[in-house]
Design a protein around this ligand. Structure first.
Ligand code: AMP
Length: 373
């Protein structure tokens, strides 16, 4: 019989984990990475790309590269808000009011589930190669606020990927399972999930292995990407001041700026200052131009105060909806790579008077919980 895996199908990144000798383990993809960008693309030669390779052509081939697909899974066209509609690729409604993604390169439209299925397929194929066994079934996680249609569409994506979907599991429940909270008698847990493009807060009451989602809140348009963008703007503004060239108008330069910004941001979670080097980023009247600079954590943090402010209200609203005071929360679980930023952790500490749980990698905790399930 084939194995069962746990899959965190994220808006920005996805992770797959399996139980090995009773212990959950994250499995690296074919590129050796433990997280796989949830991006699907088609090259100019109509080759299907999934993961990092697709992500690399996001800026250069924006009409044939599809990120953030999770926003469209199981949604009717008239349920979408304006911010979801502003993706660089074309989406439209079919005659039944369902969302369709147009791919000029392939000259066809896809249901979001079809494209998501190719992400699941890559995760499972790579995992299967790694563990040397076939994988037939999966537990797939979804946000706690997903409705029946969104859950069904996620199941459909699994089925299209050739998987039996054993269970659709709430992401905050998975995070709590990864910490073994199901074994405690009664616990009130706040799950603070800041990923690449979305922010979710969930309040869970766990009693004798039963999980009850008391309240959820969040911001579907706030994530690590917004922090990257602040660094992109900082670099581009300084360059424009010196050389009179706006790098954001040149797709190739923008792609490199975006990648360098994310790398700098991630490094600043561990060190106080980091170099940013982008040789040959543009050509001026006297030849090639370069970026050689440093960014320190204090400057980075001074670029983001309003982003931090936007994290406050959803937490306060979720607490109010659940009828809990901050002191009633027994544990805080950090989920999502963006909770590695010291300024975010600091903010969480000011909201809830408990040291947050972070012994499990925040970008892996949901997949690990899914594997445990
Ligand atoms: P996730 O969707 O949970 O994989 O989160 C992805 C987001 O986490 C991206 O915006 C990453 O840049 C961000 N991220 C990952 N590692 C770090 C880090 N060490 N410091 C800050 N952000 C990070």
């Amino acid at each position: 019989m084939g194995r069962i895996v746990g899959i965190d199908l994220g808006t920005t990144n996805s992770v797959v984990a399996v139980l090995e000798a009773g212990r959950p383990q994250v499995i690296a993809n074919a590129e050796g990475m433990r997280t796989t960008p949830s991006v699907v693309g088609f090259t100019k030669d109509s080759e299907l790309l999934v993961g990092q390779a697709a992500r690399r052509q996001l800026v250069l081939n924006p009409r044939n590269t599809f990120a953030n697909l999770k926003r469209f899974v199981g949604r009717a066209w008239d349920e979408l808000d304006d911010s979801s509609l502003s993706v660089p690729y074309t989406i439209r409604a079919n005659d039944r009011g369902n969302v369709r993604v147009a791919c000029p390169q392939m000259e066809r439209e896809y249901a979001p589930e079809e494209l998501v299925a190719s992400i699941l397929r890559k995760l499972v194929d790579d995992a299967s190669t790694y563990i040397g066994e076939s994988i037939e079934a999966a537990v797939i996680t979804v946000p706690a606020y997903f409705d029946d249609a969104q859950r069904q569409a996620t199941r459909d994506a699994g089925r299209l990927a050739g998987l039996e979907v054993e269970r659709i599991l709430n992401e905050p429940t998975a995070a709590a399972l990864a910490y073994g909270f199901d074994r405690s008698a009664v616990k009130r847990v706040l799950v603070f999930d800041l990923g690449g493009g979305t922010f979710d807060v969930s309040l869970l009451r766990i009693a004798n292995g039963v999980f009850d989602v008391k309240a959820t809140n969040g911001d579907t348009q706030l994530g690590g990407n917004d922090f990257d963008q602040r660094i992109v703007d900082w670099l581009a503004a300084a360059f424009q001041e010196h050389h009179g060239i706006d790098l954001r108008r040149d797709r190739q330069a923008l792609q490199r700026l975006t990648e360098a910004a994310e790398k700098a941001k991630q490094e600043l979670s561990g060190v106080a200052s980091t170099p940013i080097s982008l040789p040959f980023i543009a050509t001026g009247a006297d030849g090639p131009l370069h970026i050689e600079t440093r960014l320190d954590r204090t400057t980075f943090e001074s670029l983001c105060p309003d982003l931090l402010d936007r994290l406050l209200l959803p937490v306060q609203t979720a607490l109010r909806d659940s009828g809990w005071a901050a002191e009633d929360v027994d544990d805080v679980v950090l989920v999502g790579g963006s909770t590695r930023m010291p300024m975010v952790q600091q903010l969480v500490r000011t909201l809830i008077p408990h040291e947050p749980c972070q012994s499990v990698n925040p970008d892996e905790v949901v997949a690990i919980g899914a594997a445990v399930q």
